[in-house]
Design a protein around this ligand. Sequence first.
Ligand code: SF4
Length: 226
Amino acid sequence: MIKLSQTSKMPCKSWSLQALTHCNRGQKLACQENAICHSCYASKNRYLFKPIKDARQAQYDHWIWTKDLDWIDEMTAIIDKTAKTDKFGNRYFRWFDSGDLQSVSMLQEIVTIARNLPDIKFWLPTRETGILQEYFDGTRTAPINLLIRVSMDFIDETIARYKTVIHDEWTDHVTFSTVTTEPDRHQCIQSDKIIKVKGKEVTIKVCGDCRRCWDRKNEITSYALH
Ligand code: SF4
C-alpha cells in the first residue's frame, strides 16, 4: 500500500525510499568527504529508526510488486486526494525527501503521473544523471508541471561541469541545486515555526510561502551547508 510522507518543513506530501539502500549514486558519493551526500540528513538520526526504515522499504517493495499501470493509478489517486490547495491556489508534490530514482522506467512512471495530474506542480530532486541521460536521449519528454532538479555532487560546486554533460534535449526540463558555504549565495531562507512536541515548544524551519524549489525560472537553488 502506498504511504506518502509529510516532512515538517515542506508545504506538501512526498514519496520516499530509504537513502541507505535506494540512493544508488548518493551512497557511492557518500564516502567522499566533500560530497554533499557525505553528511546526508536522510542517512542519520530519525531516518535510521526501524519503523521509518521499514516504512520506506515497504514503499520500494510495493513499487516493485505493483509497478507500471497499477502503481501509476494508485499513486495518481492518492496524490490527487491528499494534495491541498495553498493560499495562492496551487497544489504541490515532492518526490524523494529521501531516496532517489531507481530506473528509467520509474522516471517514465513519474512522468505519466505528472501528466495525469496537470494541475499539481511536481518537484523531482535527483542525482541520477545517468537515468536522465538515458531517458532524454531516447527523445522522451517531461510535462511542464514536472520540475526535475539535479542535485550537484559536491559542496560549493558550480554548474560548469554539468553544462558539459547536459544535452540540448534536457535543457527545457532540468534545473539544479547545490549546497554552499558562502552566505551571500544562500537562497533557501526558511522561516521559523513553533510547534509542540510531547507538550514542549520546539522551533522548526519551514518553507512558508517560498516555492523556489518548484520554480522553473530558478535555474539553481543554493542551500546553506548545515
Ligand atoms: S528554497 Fe524555498 S521551497 Fe526550497 S526548501 Fe528552501 S524554503 Fe523550501
